[in-house]
Each structure stands twice: as structure tokens, then as C-alpha cells.
Ligand binder design. Structure first.
Ligand SMILES: [Zn+2]
Length: 353
């Protein structure tokens, strides 16, 4: 039964043809022949006073026609497990084994990575994950977003956006699956998301165009492009633990198997433990030093004390309480906190989807 369901879900994106029909893939200035791999840089031109940069990419183009999967690491350059996973995946996937194509963006945000800068591109101080679809004549971050939108997302049939907790940020492993009336093929995205074996799955239902457009993330660029999209989050606090890297690698490999791109059997992974419909933020109203009340706690009831903020003179100025009953998927470990930040982003529990 599952095979039948999957076959019908895949019918929308997989276009099986004779091997002789496979066309070279052109991306940026590169043309990749069927059955080969290419490692190259997408050029992000200089503009105005700002220097240019580049995006290192590996394309693995199969000998037979099939779906194109884009897996993007390093939208946040201080999130190392996805970057290490991409480096490992490039060596593990042989183009001779593929029915379809993998576009592996090794590090989307080189200025953030080389600047060792959490969340932001130090050239213009912007968050790439709020800057899509970007602009050719914009600032550094907007020009990176523009290249990713046109050269990567627009060529893909399925998008995996690989992240983790950034510096001074805890995170429980989860996949975010885009659904609702403005998203495409939620069921296929969910099947791929479950293949990661992470304990938590969040459905982000895209019900209004404003949700897709406001501070548009790479994920929402995938939604806007009409392709099934999964956000992958494993790792925390700027660390590079093997557990995080291996979890992402297994998940991407399972995604390739589920999508019919790779002929390797799907690897065994644990089932989903918790399901959520979007998230609710517990926000700070002050800047200063954040003191979590119980740093290891993840389950919260509405009204529980999550933490306190002391201002820069040492006076306690705020107590932050949980706005809902739920499970904290990620949050800040502190001490830095700024007015408006979410100190805990709490999944809204639901029974299933
Ligand atoms: Zn991130």
C-alpha cells in the first residue's frame, strides 16, 4: 500500500524516460553531462561598493532522467553540521547510481562562514534566510539569495534546506514540512521528512501569500516555486558533533531513495515521536542578559517561568512565561538577548496529520 501511495505521490515529479533522452544540465556557467559530477562555484557579482562572493556547489547528474533534488547547506554559515554533511554526501553519491540529479549547495553563505558569523552576513548585517527571492542589484545577502533562487531553487523538483541551532542556540532535532493551500505535495514532503528519523515534525501551513512573502526564507522560496519543501534542523550551539552530521547524511540519503533518485535501499530510522502545527514564540521585551530558569527543560505548560532578563546594570527587568502548553524545539541559551527575540520557540502539539 505504501508503495502505491508513494508511486502516486512521485508521479507528479518523476518523469521516467529512456536513458538516451537524458540532457546535460546547465547551472551558472557550467554544463554537466549525464552520468558525471561537477564541482564549481556560482559567482555572486560585486555591486556598488560591495565585493562579490561565490557559492560552492556540487552537482551529481545521473545517467537516467528523474527528479532534481536541491539540498542547501550553510544559509547560516556558523551552522556547521549541515556543511559537514554536504561535504560527506558529495563523496558518497555516485552519478552512475542516480535516476535524476542532486544539486548540493555546500555553503550558501560564504561571507557568514568565513566571517564565523552566526545568523548574519557580516558584509551587510542581513539574515539570508529572510532575504528571498533576493535582488541582482541588492546588498550582498540579497545578491546571494537571487543566485540561489534563480540557479538552484528554480531548477529543482524538491528542496531540502539544511540548518541547525546556531551560536548560543539550543535545538531539538526536527523537520519542518510545508503544507496548506499554498504549498505543493505535502504528503510527499512528509514522507521524505519522516525518512530523516528525527523525533519531531512540524507542519508549517502556508495559508496566505503574506506568510510566503514576509521575510521570505529559503523554504518559503521553495513554496513560492511550487516544489515540495522540507526544513531540516539537527545540531546546536555552533557545535560539530558527529551525531548531528551523521543524522543529516542518513536523512538526505533516505530522501534520495524515497524520491526514486538513488537505488540504495532506505536506511532504518526511528519513527516520529511528536507532531506540531507551527510554533509559538516566547518573546523578550528587553535587551540584556538572559537567564534560563531550567536550561534542560523542553516541555512547558502555559504560565511556567521560562527565564528572566537582567539589564546591563544588573537589574531584573523581565520574567518570561510560556505562552502555551507545548515543547520547545529551539531557543536561546543566553546570555545575549535583545528586545523582540524569541527566547523559546515552542511547537504547538497536534495528534497527527
Ligand atoms: Zn539556520
Amino acid at each position: 500500500m505504501l508503495r502505491l501511495i508513494l508511486a502516486s505521490l512521485l508521479a507528479a515529479i518523476a518523469v521516467p524516460t529512456l536513458a538516451s533522452d537524458v540532457q546535460p544540465l546547465t547551472i551558472g556557467n557550467e554544463t554537466i553531462a549525464p552520468g558525471t559530477r561537477a564541482d564549481f562555484r556560482l559567482n555572486v557579482p560585486a555591486f556598488g561598493e560591495e565585493p562579490g562572493t561565490f557559492i560552492p556547489v556540487t552537482v551529481i547528474h545521473g545517467k537516467e532522467t528523474g527528479p532534481v533534488l536541491a539540498a542547501v547547506a550553510g544559509v547560516h554559515g556558523y551552522e556547521f553540521p549541515p556543511i559537514l554533511a554536504a561535504d560527506r554526501l558529495a563523496d558518497r553519491i555516485d552519478p552512475a547510481d542516480l535516476t535524476g540529479t542532486v544539486i548540493l549547495v555546500r555553503i550558501a553563505n560564504i561571507p557568514s562562514y568565513e566571517g564565523k558569523s552566526p545568523h548574519l552576513n557580516p558584509v551587510d548585517g542581513k539574515n539570508l534566510n529572510r532575504s528571498f527571492p533576493g535582488s541582482r542589484s541588492g546588498t550582498s545577502t540579497e545578491r546571494i539569495a537571487d543566485i540561489l533562487s534563480r540557479e538552484v531553487v528554480a531548477r529543482a523538483d524538491f528542496l531540502l534546506d539544511l540548518h541547525c541551532g546556531d551560536g548560543a542556540e539550543y535545538l531539538e532535532p526536527f523537520v519542518g514540512v510545508y503544507g496548506g493551500p499554498l504549498a505543493t505535495n505535502f504528503q510527499l514532503a512528509l514522507e521524505v521528512g519522516k525518512g530523516f528519523g528525527f523525533p519531531n515534525v512540524v507542519r508549517y501551513s502556508m495559508n496566505t501569500q503574506a506568510q510566503v512573502d514576509t521575510g521570505r526564507s529559503l523554504n518559503r522560496q521553495g513554496v513560492a516555486s511550487g516544489i515540495p519543501t522540507v526544513l531540516v534542523e539537527y545540531g546546536q550551539n555552533g557545535r560539530r558533533d558527529e551525531e548531528f552530521v551523521a543524522g543529516i547524511v542518513t536523512g538526505v540519503e533516505n530522501a534520495l531513495s524515497i524520491l526514486g533518485i538513488w537505488d540504495e535501499p532506505r536506511q532504518n530510522v526511528p519513527p516520529v515521536l511528536r507532531r506540531f502545527e507551527s510554533t509559538t514564540a516566547a518573546r523578550a521585551s528587553h535587551s540584556g542578559l538572559f537567564y534560563p530558569a531550567e536550561p534542560e527543560r523542553r516541555y512547558w505548560f502555559k504560565g511556567d517561568l521560562i527565564g528572566t532578563i537582567r539589564d546591563y546594570s544588573g537589574e531584573e527587568v523581565e520574567q518570561i512565561y510560556s505562552p502555551i502548553d507545548g515543547y520547545a524545539l529551539y531557543g536561546i541559551t543566553g546570555p545575549p538577548v535583545r528586545e523582540g527575540w524569541s527566547v523559546a520557540t515552542i511547537g504547538n502539539p497536534i495528534d497527527g496529520f
